[in-house]
Design a protein. Structure first.
Length: 68
């Protein structure tokens, strides 16, 4: 599990995907979320604006990330 530290209260899912380097831009993150299976706390998530808070677990392509 990869820890991702944020310094704000939350980060949106599309920003997170860009932040961890899965995509190069927010626009690409939107397309990624539409076309790939992304889990937030073991539930499929399709909303790019989903707010992620500390201790949320995001699973993308069998890689788990935790917000810290």
């Amino acid at each position: 599990m990869k820890k991702t530290k944020i310094t704000t209260e939350y980060i949106k899912l599309d920003q997170f995907i860009k932040f961890v380097g899965i995509t190069g831009s927010g626009g690409n993150a939107k397309v990624f979320i539409e076309n790939e299976t992304v889990y937030v706390n073991d539930e499929i998530e399709k909303r790019r604006g989903r707010k992620l808070y500390k201790n949320d677990i995001i699973t993308i392509n069998q890689t788990q990330y935790v917000i810290s």
